[in-house]
Design a protein around this ligand. Structure first.
Ligand code: DX5
Ligand code: ZN
Length: 220
């Protein structure tokens, strides 16, 4: 079984001490930086944009995993490649021509991810899964950190894992929203590969230990 990855979500960091929090992730056992870009249209919230990502990228020493919660993401694929994104995830619900979008992301040298809202059925990826490097299953409704985990996610992970096996592809499964030490083990057992954790990491008193423990739990 391959190593399960931990991706702290920078949305929950202290933006007045961003470099400190980025350095913490660099020094930790975390694997990826998860970066949430929200436009106030696709989701009811606005997070941060290009200048902030540029600043993050200057200090981040690990994989940059960008989660676009924006309408018409095709407009910004090249921009996010230029900003140093390694993985670029778009929402299924925001793409009219998903197959074309995935090719465009890969053409810019990034891994192509597709995020599904809690109401979106995984079987809708039947015809594109061969072209997807990563599926991000939203385990909360996107737009805000600190929400409670939606229990139905476990069965979605299993369904998606079955689809991946059936198609013989190596697509990774990422879980985003409400991830804590209470659900990591069960998520991994269902088939999850990457666990995004925002509030659980950044609101804890010992962030390095929280990450270390999550990673150990995910790989136990
Ligand atoms: C929600 C974002 C998540 C969020 C997760 O729309 O996509 O990445 O930062 O935060 P927590 O772990 O606090 O639910
Ligand atoms: Zn996210």
């Amino acid at each position: 079984m391959s190593t399960k990855l931990i991706a702290p979500s920078i949305l929950a960091a202290d933006f007045a001490n961003l470099q400190r929090d980025i350095d913490m992730v660099n020094q930790s056992e975390a694997d990826w930086f998860h970066i949430d870009i929200m436009d106030g249209v696709f989701v009811p919230n606005i997070s941060f944009g290009m200048p902030v990502l540029q600043a993050i990228n200057k200090h981040a020493k690990k994989t940059i995993d960008v989660h676009l919660m924006i309408v018409d993401p095709d407009r910004y694929i090249k921009t996010f490649a230029d900003l140093g994104s390694h993985v670029l995830t778009v929402h299924y619900e925001a793409c009219t021509h998903l197959h074309r979008t995935l090719q465009a992301i890969k053409a810019e040298g990034m891994k192509a991810g597709v995020a599904l809202n809690p109401h979106t059925n995984v079987n809708l990826l039947e015809d594109t899964i061969n072209d997807i490097d990563l599926v991000c299953l939203m385990s909360v409704n996107p737009g805000f950190g600190g929400q409670s985990f939606i229990e139905n996610t476990y069965s979605k992970v299993k369904q998606l894992k079955d689809l991946i096996k059936r198609k013989g592809v190596s697509t990774q499964i990422e879980i985003d929203g409400g991830v804590t030490n209470k659900n990591v083990k069960q998520l991994v057992e269902a088939g999850a590969d990457i666990l995004v954790a925002g509030s659980y990491v950044f609101k804890s008193t010992n962030q390095l230990k929280t990450i270390k423990d999550l990673k150990a739990l995910a790989n136990s």
